[in-house]
Design a protein around this ligand. Sequence first.
Ligand SMILES: Cc1cc2nc3c(=O)[nH]c(=O)nc-3n(C[C@H](O)[C@H](O)[C@H](O)COP(=O)(O)O)c2cc1C
Length: 307
Amino acid sequence: MEQLKVKIGKLILENPVLTASGTFGTGEEFEDFLDLDKLGAVVVKGITLKPRDGNPLPRIAETPSGMLNAIGLQNPGVDIFIKEKCPVFLKYKVPFIVNISGYEEKEYGLLAKKLETVAGVAGIEVNVSCPNVNYRHGMIFAKDPLAVSRITRLVRKNTKKTVIIKLSPEVSDIKVIARAAEEAGADALSLINTISGLAVDVETRRPKIASIIGGLSGPAVKPIGLRCVWQVYNTVKIPIIGMGGICTYEDALEYLIAGAAAVAVGTGNFLDPQSTVKIVDGLKKYFILNKIKNVAQLTGSLRLFNN
Ligand SMILES: Cc1cc2nc3c(=O)[nH]c(=O)nc-3n(C[C@H](O)[C@H](O)[C@H](O)COP(=O)(O)O)c2cc1C
């Protein structure tokens, strides 16, 4: 459906519904449940330079209207990923966006460089905001506008592919961080990543997650995601991929109206592996019923009480 097409950087997506990194594997895992080519794009699980086992178990806990996770970026490392996973992307028409994470700023540049010539990789989502790993300075890069700026520039220098910077809501002013990424050359922004939280087992008095603190996601975080998207939409010109608690097409519409050009579904994939395609279908019906000509007509169309 032509009306659902959106442009994110150099990419023209068939529709504005993406998968959120870390909740959809590399896509293959969901093949039995849905036709991947019905999605706008597949954003794959976070990749690092070296292989990682991730954090100790347990690393997932259910919470009211959401979940905590502290997977800790378990992945085979970029070289094995390129050799074994990327060739599979070529089977599909849907663009694959690779999510990258680093411990040192320079690793982001190296990752972008390695992925630059890989066929089937349409874009790079730069995770500067994972709360589940201990960075060298004990702080996520996404909290520091200068670090976000340096990392964005480094990735930009090493790739011509679409560069999306993924931000954290756990900052004092997300507008400042968003502006830093835009000025440094980001094509688009993804927001939000998870929000750090704690759950306690009262019988054992242990945290429900071995690494104590995990990242909260799911419907519980939706109002925070919407708030961030609205603030950033009013600050930058580049497109925003909104995420956080999207499970239905109405959730997706809320994000578009708040300012997102596209949306991503994360925890919703665990509740219903077909939620992404159901959201696409729901949007199609809504567009026809309300005679919406294109996604841009909805993006940022929030009607305020004073006008
Ligand atoms: C189990 C799990 C693993 C995740 N792994 C990653 C990751 O590797 N890289 C990343 O940028 N975000 C990761 N995220 C964050 C999601 O992509 C998304 O930003 C967040 O969960 C909010 O969306 P949701 O409420 O729809 O899940 C992960 C989230 C979950 C629940």
